[in-house]
Write a protein that binds this ligand. Sequence first.
Ligand SMILES: Cc1ncc(COP(=O)(O)O)c(C=O)c1O
Length: 486
Amino acid sequence: MITTALRCGMGRMGVARAAPLRAGVVRSISLSAPRLTEANIASALAEADGEPALPLGRVLDESLSFEPAQRPAQRPIYLDAQATSPVDPRVLDKMMPYFINQYGNPHSRTHAYGWETEAAVDEARAHIAKLIHADPKEIIFTSGATESNNMAVKGVAKFYQSKKNHIITTQTEHKCVLDSCRALQEQGFEVTYLPVDEQGHVSVEDVKNALRPTTSVVSIMTVNNEIGVIQPIREIGELLKTYGADLAKELGRGTPKPFFHTDAAQAVGKIPLDVDACGIDLLSISSHKLYGPKGIGAIYVRRRPRVRMEPLMSGGGQERGLRSGTLATPIVVGFGEAARIAAQDMASDHAHISRLSKRLRDNIMSRVEMVLLNGDANGYPGCTNMTFQYIEGESLLMALNDICLSSGSACTSASLEPSYVLRALGLDDANAHSSLRFGIGRFTTEAEIDFVCEKIVQVVHRLRELSPLWEMVQEGIDLKTIEWSG
Ligand SMILES: Cc1ncc(COP(=O)(O)O)c(C=O)c1O
């Protein structure tokens, strides 16, 4: 099998030398890392069948035992709820009048068109505030969580920079937080990037040890977007209010405590959140992660004690002067309605998603060997990340052409990089590349989960049959003992 696969050109960097591959005998063998690519697998399968090469998805489909009736009707199954969610039809209904009839500028104070849209914006703001136990005046609309995160990290750091120059975050934050921190570093700020444990949790003790009198912002996300791990938000908030506040006093009375920002883009509307109970000063929200429209989000900014920040945008002074620009009423209204529905349906959504998540995990893990569950099994259930060892996530994705998922690799301009979140948990590059994220949401059905499980099980088995690495593992060869060339 190995020789066949390699003869078929499955080595990315060339063809391996045929050498006696036996456990215990092989200690240092020079071999090009065999890599399953779409073209290679497709041609390997085609060659075996004496047929011309077809795209991988089609070739594998034809080799699996799926009846056409079992396939999803028209479009692929969507299991990428962390990337975005569909707009809930109830949300769309609520938005529609604001595109055509109620089109006034909500900042127009002189006429009825402005008053009616202002009232709609106020209602939306109240729904969003309620979802996180805030005051509506503390909700500032933005274009999404990316902008909110930039505002929180850069805005607060810059406002307090005459006295403070230190920021704390974790290695597994969303890229927009990490890149905001990097931009600040270039301007002379100091940033501590805390590690996480193998499940993805940051240690509260590490936060404590990293705190300085000069720490202005601590930015730690609530739920991670790749592995679903939930950070100890309440404990961190408490630490900053007590120990952090005492440390800050070293710079003189009246020096504010380190402000606590949490990127809650993957948490709001999914799990209960209370900004007061958790000592949160700034919190980022994204509408399109909770069945609202894209292009709108918010940042919660505490009023008492007041958090001050430099606005990113100059202009008409809307949104307490923190975010100038005319509010886009239809999507603000949609976001508000999505928040109202999320509060109303949170318990039933959570029960539905937990049940499907358990069904997916139990089914796959009981039928496929060498699968790792990444992150904390008790994290947010709608985000399940699994490593299918000895198969590349990209090959899996291509074979699963009727299912929309994300892999543990990120496309950069030049190459596929292993996910930095999975690397931070201690996964090696190979395992990170072999990972898939299953994002389950409000509209995912049991039938879809069952189809996905069946397809995953069959595709993983089929790809492993074709994998030289898998065959070596079956033969008891420790892959760590092999030196790959190239
Ligand atoms: C944790 C987290 N933060 C921030 C963002 C960015 O959100 P938005 O698309 O609203 O800018 C995302 C979206 O991928 C996310 O998952």
